[in-house]
Design a protein around this ligand. Structure first.
Ligand code: GLN
Length: 551
């Protein structure tokens, strides 16, 4: 196939954040891909942090990890899921990353003695990165999502990059504004004014939206579409109604129903596009809507508190991975979020967890809420409730087993108590210097690593493979000095690094427990809508059988 000229679609947010710009960008990318265009997606975050790795999860949400180890925004996970593609660090940029490169080049005399300025040199670097991501993916279409909302000072340089690209290639660049139309309860009417202001504010930086995605509780009526069209300078057909829906996987289908793909092809002069049925997506959505039997899973974590609100965004990939395996197994995932700090302080009793079909402890850092988690894991083991531990959830599984089954009552991790004598989880040798130098950014064991699976284990049975590659993000490891004792006590290390040095999966044999397994890596990052993750599917299978009476 002859390669098209690369086209760029900038997605920007109007009015307010948190209305689904990431899902919009992912869905837009998915429908372009379904039309036969090679599509990639880029996320731009306006903060100074060079990556998302150094941010507190309750502040930022999930840190998603790419195969190459980049620690980035959770939207990158949405893109990978919706496109079923692995992305690279080129697809992610922050203000910090852009400035770091410009300053590095300035120091290397790469600007040949010229005055280096915020404008145009920073937007130029942004453009260089966008084009490079397009080239690396041999993309026909590059979707570029600019984080934050129009009118924030910090994303001005990125909008300027978009404007400059549009000026340079008028037929190859389009702008999609994702807006929000509130329905104030006292007024009872959908209001278009905030969208009008957002459009004007976009105009003030020299950008005109080609399409407006109008998010709201309900679908837009004709009157509202016409009003937005008139005041935001676009034809009514290019105002796309995006009402709240039950499943994010329905968004691409809804977009196609409103002919968004066709509209984008018209704007970008992408001829000869094939129309698409989105058959696989429709099948998935049908499945989501028909599953009835509930599967009650508790996610016990330490990052749920955000003021008075419960924040589940931190675990978004875990939640999606679990949901996707549940749909595939024909059950309806009902997730409860349990704060481990509440168990630790006694505010909630661990016995409350008996009602769940399965328990997950996802990744985490630090000491707060940890003893609560160990209590939960012990309870899951003793009551034979399916338990799945991810990263910290695996390390704590090992600690729990060491303390209560392998005769190491003081077992802990260096992360929890560096002065303890039984560091069953310890720092990796090469990490010692990083910690001593306080060199924290991007220095964990990050990205894809292979693991070998032991014959006859739960893990090997689930994957049906001898070798797997999974994504990591951790500084600590199972201490080799304790492996023999743990194994003697019945714990099986079913996955190890190729050298056999690093323990990647720990489990109990099926004869002892229906599912008691932890992974040092994060399997959730590789679960895809059309390809659920085998370990999550195995966990769901066990959870489904946990309360057989309710079948
Ligand atoms: N805190 C643990 C470590 O650094 C686990 C990390 C995680 O759960 N992602 O090894």
């Amino acid at each position: 196939m002859k390669k098209n000229k690369t086209k760029y679609i900038f997605v920007v947010g109007g009015v307010m954040s948190g209305v689904g710009k990431g899902i919009t960008s992912s869905s837009l990318a998915a429908i372009m891909q379904a039309r036969g265009f090679r599509t990639t997606a880029i996320k731009i975050d306006p903060y100074i942090n060079v990556d998302a790795g150094t941010m507190n999860p309750t502040e930022h949400g999930e840190v998603f990890v790419l195969g190459d180890g980049d620690e980035c925004d959770q939207d990158m996970g949405n893109y990978e899921r919706f496109l079923d593609t692995d992305l690279s660090r080129t697809n992610y940029m922050t203000t910090g990353r852009v400035y770091l490169e410009v300053i590095r080049r300035e120091r290397n005399l790469e600007y040949e003695g010229k005055n280096v300025e915020v404008v145009p040199d920073i937007p130029k670097e942004v453009i260089r990165r966008i084009e490079r991501a397009g080239r690396e993916a041999s993309a026909d279409v590059v979707v570029v999502e600019i984080g934050g909302t129009i009118g924030e000072y910090q994303n001005i340089i990125f909008l300027e990059a978009g404007r400059m690209m549009k000026t340079k290639y008028p037929d190859d660049v389009a702008f999609v504004m994702v807006s929000y139309l509130p329905i104030p309860s006292k007024v009872g009417e959908m209001k278009t004014k905030p969208t009008q202001y957002a459009s004007r504010s976009l105009n003030s930086v020299g950008v005109q939206a080609d399409v407006i995605i109008a998010r709201s509780e309900m679908a837009l009526d004709k009157k509202r579409k016409d009003k937005i069209a008139t005041f935001c300078n676009i034809v009514p057909e290019r105002v796309i109604s995006a009402p709240d829906i039950d499943s994010i996987y329905e968004v691409p289908i809804n977009f196609e129903r409103d002919r968004l793909g066709e509209i984008m092809c018209q704007i970008l002069k992408l001829g000869n596009h094939r129309t698409t049925e989105l058959t696989a997506w429709k099948k998935l959505v049908r499945q989501i809507k028909t599953v009835k039997r509930p599967l009650n899973i508790a996610i016990v974590g330490k990052y749920f508190d955000s003021g008075e609100f419960v924040l589940s965004d931190v675990y978004i990939s875990v939640i999606e991975a679990l949901k996707l395996s549940a749909y595939q197994a024909g059950v309806k995932p009902v997730l409860s979020y349990v704060n481990s700090k509440d168990i630790e302080t006694g505010k909630r009793r661990v016995t409350e967890l008996a009602k769940y079909d399965g328990i997950i402890v996802p990744g985490g850092f630090g000491t707060a809420g940890i003893e609560g988690l160990v209590k939960v894991i012990k309870f899951a083991r003793e009551k034979k409730i399916p338990y799945f531990g991810l990263c910290y959830g695996m390390q704590l599984l090992v600690i729990e087993y060491a303390r209560h089954k392998a005769g190491v009552p003081g077992a802990t991790s260096r992360e929890i108590d560096p002065t303890a004598s039984d560091l069953v989880i310890d720092v990796m040798e090469e990490q010692k210097k990083n910690l001593a130098d306080k060199n924290y950014g991007g220095t964990m064991r990050l990205g894809s690593f292979p693991a070998y699976l032991k014959k006859g284990t739960l893990a090997r049975g689930a994957y049906k493979a001898e070798m797997v590659t999974e994504r990591h993000r951790h500084r600590y490891e199972v201490n080799p000095a304790y492996i023999e004792r743990l194994e003697k006590a019945g714990l099986v290390f079913s996955g190890t690094s190729p050298s056999g040095q690093l323990m990647e999966i720990a489990e109990l044999p099926k004869t002892d427990h229906p599912f008691f397994l932890g992974t040092q890596f994060h399997p959730e990052f590789l679960a895809r809508p059309l390809r659920p993750h085998p370990l999550f599917s195995e966990f769901v299978k066990a959870a489904k059988d946990h309360h057989p009476k309710t079948k």
